[in-house]
Design a binder for this molecule. Sequence first.
Ligand code: NDP
Ligand code: OXD
Length: 306
Amino acid sequence: MLDLVVVGGYAAAEWQAGFDACGAPIRVHDADTAPPCRYALAWAPPAGFFASHPTLEVVFSMGAGVEHLLASDMPRDLPIIRLEDAGMAPQMAGYAVWGVLRHLRNFDTLAAAAGAGGDWGAWRSPPATDARVGVMGLGVMGQAVLAALAPLGFALRGWSRTPRDIAGVECHAGRATLDRFLDGLDALVCVLPHTPDTTDLLDAARFARLAPGALVLNAGRGSLIVDADLIAALDSGHLGAALLDVFREEPLPAGHVYLRHPRVTVTPHIAARTQIPLTARQVAVKIAQIEAGQSVSGRVDRARGY
Ligand code: NDP
Ligand code: OXD
């Protein structure tokens, strides 16, 4: 049996059930009562956690994002392994398709008009199947989003740090290409990690490049967006709507402008939620690979920040 300590997120008993269900020889412990462990499964560990667990050799993130670990007081040489899909990619794809279709096909407006017994003529406007949709971040989440959008007929673009080649998608890479990627997009879907390079990337100048009436959908991390600039672009009427799942401060503080803005829809960081059974299986496989002396995928590169 191998001992694993969990901190943050779900309770140890829930994880134990997940590991048991896949037959993994793993005993799960809460942080307070854990014996010396080599493995941890963590979400936003509190200060002091790593000092009180000095035997750790590998830390698994309970999510795809790892900024909660990179910002912690963990030893810099302790490897971090992030989640790769583990059931989140289909959820993210569904969230993005919902948000994009809702906006580009005016579903809210049309449903409200019909509900009010109003303008049925509006239903006859042609659907925007030729709209330009861009996805920022072409990793596990971004590629799942693009694959789900592909059959819907949109003109698809993607943007990443290093060059990617995705069939049917006009791919751009690097900061120098960002404006060209954004130019005239009718919907922008963001699934970028939080890093120093992605912080404050979407500001007034970037929003100005999007098409009039465009949607900004952010399900990556809140630090990507200069909030005041997004509100200004919505208030000026240049942007049509924002759908936001992630924020600089979570939960959003009561009274935050996003909670009352008529063109902003917020969801509480649920675009893609950690699935305990699939996560436990992925972590168990990787622990078995490590025990066998093999390398594992999903290792975070501290210099890159993701
Ligand atoms: P990946 O590591 O697979 O992909 C990250 C992508 O972002 C890569 O394409 C990468 O480029 C790109 N990227 C990173 N930095 C830059 C940069 N400076 N400029 C341009 N592109 C950049 O991560 P995932 O797809 O698995 O997850 C992405 C993020 O989504 C997570 O970090 C997390 O923040 C968020 N997330 C949110 C969830 C939610 O419920 N809201 C759920 C799950 C994830 P390259 O291809 O060159 O490496
Ligand atoms: C993640 C998240 O990073 O849930 O997985 O945001």
